[in-house]
Design a protein around this ligand. Structure first.
Ligand code: TYD
Length: 230
């Protein structure tokens, strides 16, 4: 590596890609397909998720997602998500990026901005501040927003859960899901070079091709140019 490389760039040689979207947007399917494609090319990949991704994060996960864990008020929820994320960044994401891996993460900061900030009404700015601190300002190189119509989201979740209530957060009211959608789209509008918004109602393969195209562009770009834009 060039010795004049800035420290911040040399600490992040890999590529950090996040998939975001409302419930039933198909993030997990897309992430698995992308992971398989990258591995076929011999890339090192860390495929991970939030909340979770570390031992402590996987222990936080049921506290915020499962019914019957006691009442979780919005601030507690936001802090638990941020705590899980802090551990994830420090223990898994930063080391993987430093080793040159492609990190594929199912949800990241934008989920907190959407769910806790916009959905639960804490305000996007307040949630952004705690997350900036929790992540040590680590931002993804690319965020793929799978934009889902709240009605499609509801239908997909109902089909998946066989009519059950879903987890604690999923069972929030319809208006909540509309606020989430708006929040994801606003983030993408604010940072157009670092986001791609895709219609979640398209065919799985068509969505995957568009994601691969963006990822391939980033992987073939000068890595330090990518970092400066992040
Ligand atoms: P999960 O079962 O992973 O659902 P999905 O397939 O929709 O991602 O559950 C994650 C839930 O946690 C989902 O309802 C979104 C919510 N969540 C937040 O509210 N804030 C966050 O910061 C994150 C990462 C997730």
């Amino acid at each position: 590596m060039n010795s004049s490389t800035p420290a911040s760039a040399s600490a992040r040689r890999g590529l950090f890609v996040v998939l975001e979207g409302g419930e039933g947007a198909g993030k997990t399917t897309q992430l698995r397909l992308l992971e398989a494609w990258l591995r076929q090319q011999g890339r090192d990949v860390l495929a991970t998720r939030e909340p979770g991704g570390t031992e402590i994060g996987e222990r936080i996960r049921p506290l915020v997602l499962e019914h019957g864990q006691g009442e979780v008020d919005p601030r507690t929820e936001a802090l638990l998500m941020a705590a899980s994320r802090a551990a994830h960044v420090e223990q898994k994401i930063k080391p993987a990026l430093a080793a040159g891996s492609v990190v594929l993460c199912d949800r990241y900061v934008d989920s907190s901005l959407a769910y806790q900030g916009a959905g639960r009404g804490l305000g996007v700015e307040a949630v952004e501040q705690i997350n900036q601190w929790a992540t040590d300002s680590l931002a993804p190189d690319l965020t793929v927003v799978l934009d889902v119509d709240p009605e499609l989201s509801r239908a997909r979740r109902a089909a998946r859960d066989g009519g059950s209530a879903g987890d604690r957060i999923e069972s929030a009211e319809a208006d909540f899901h509309t606020r989430l959608r708006e929040a994801f789209l606003q983030r993408a509008e604010r940072f157009p070079t670092r986001y791609v918004v895709l219609d979640a109602s398209d065919e799985v393969d068509a969505i995957q091709q568009q994601i691969r195209q963006r990822v391939a562009e980033l992987l073939s770009a000068d890595p330090y140019t990518v970092r400066e834009d992040a």
